[in-house]
Design a protein around this ligand. Structure first.
Ligand code: PEP
Ligand code: MN
Length: 337
């Protein structure tokens, strides 16, 4: 349920509402909007709770939250959320660009790429140190050494570091080096991991599972929000369909759909979403036109030599082209890079 306070209701009345919600055995979550303050009462349905809350001083009305996800829903918070870390701003009119290699491979590689990313005007540096690979024989990432190199790249450029955490036991380690914790597509429904990143003070980039519905995706985000971390970015990265002309099927309708259902920002990954370098720039343009709040793309100075996903990596020149085209589309749809 959402308890909508009357405009100008004093703090004492708000405190009384919160106390009452907690006495009912529900969790309270206060959202201060530009015009009104609402308190979400979260938990199992309680008989008589609605009526009891409606009679409290300062309460305008009590309305049910219809969506299965609560804190993520636009029913609870209408204003879009902007997730901000260092110079990276994603959401509420800001288009955040995150770029970098699939995997951190060496000091020279990540520093060279970081300078290219920065020079092209992006604000986030991606790069996997712990890599979820389909084959156990593939390169598994540089692990902690890779995290150290990412932190060096932040030091050299000021870019916000976005890197994957694969298991709940790794959250503390990865959080020591990263600015954004990425939960990969394969882990979207790893609930202990979602709760562990929910306890972190760092923002989270949650990638859509390749077979997850929108409700499943939003309920995964809800685990993180409910645990206490409100800085969640959703990432559409393509789903598994019968199609095989692309690595995954990049479902861009999810961008406007999610904007109707949630206040959380939506980032698009056209690299994993297509798996083909020559399709990445057009789909990045399409994502911005569809209203994406951010892009995460793979870029490598020498894609043929990349240790992972070279086939979908943009060259630095193609990345610069993407940036300039996306800037023009962003301006046309009222977004700021
Ligand atoms: C990645 O972004 O490095 C990655 C592994 O992507 P996904 O989890 O979407 O497959
Ligand atoms: Mn990759």
């Amino acid at each position: 349920m959402i308890v909508v306070m009357k405009p100008g209701a004093p703090q004492a009345q708000l405190d009384q509402v919160i106390d009452h919600i907690e006495q009912l055995g529900l969790r309270s979550h206060v959202i201060v909007g530009t015009e009104i303050t609402v308190v979400a009462a979260l938990g199992e349905k309680r008989d008589g709770a609605k009526q009891a809350l409606e009679t409290l001083d300062g309460v305008d009305k009590v309305v049910p939250i219809l969506a299965p996800y609560k804190m993520a829903s636009t029913e609870v918070k209408k204003e879009p959320t902007c997730v901000e870390v260092l110079g990276l701003k994603v959401g509420a009119g800001h288009l955040g660009i995150i770029a970098g290699p699939c995997s951190v491979e060496s000091r020279e590689q990540i520093l060279e790429i970081a300078h290219l990313v920065k020079g092209a005007g992006a604000a986030g540096l991606r790069g996997g140190a712990f890599k979820p690979r389909t084959s156990p024989y593939s390169f598994q990432g540089m692990k902690e050494k890779g995290l150290e190199l990412l932190a060096d790249a932040r030091h050299a450029t000021g870019l916000a570091i976005v890197t994957e955490v694969m298991a709940k036991e790794q959250v503390e380690l990865v959080a020591n080096y990263a600015d954004v914790l990425q939960v990969g597509a394969r882990n979207m429904q790893n609930y202990p991991l979602l709760e562990a990143v929910g306890e972190s003070s760092l923002p989270v980039l949650l990638k859509r599972g390749p077979s997850a519905t929108m409700d499943e995706f939003l309920l995964a985000a809800e685990y993180i929000l409910k645990t206490g971390n409100t800085r969640v970015m959703l990432c559409e990265r393509g789903i598994r369909t019968f199609e095989d002309h692309t690595r995954f099927t990049l479902a861009l309708a999810s961008v406007p759909y999610l904007h109707q259902k949630t206040h959380l920002p939506v980032v698009v990954d056209p690299s994993h979403g297509t798996g083909k370098a020559n399709l990445v720039v057009p789909m990045a343009r399409a994502a911005v036109a569809a209203g994406a709040d951010g892009l995460i793309v793979e870029m490598h100075p020498n894609p043929d030599k990349a240790l992972s996903d070279g086939f979908q990596a943009l060259t630095p020149a193609a990345f610069r082209q993407m940036m300039s085209e996306c800037r023009r589309i962003a301006a046309a749809v009222g977004l700021e890079i």
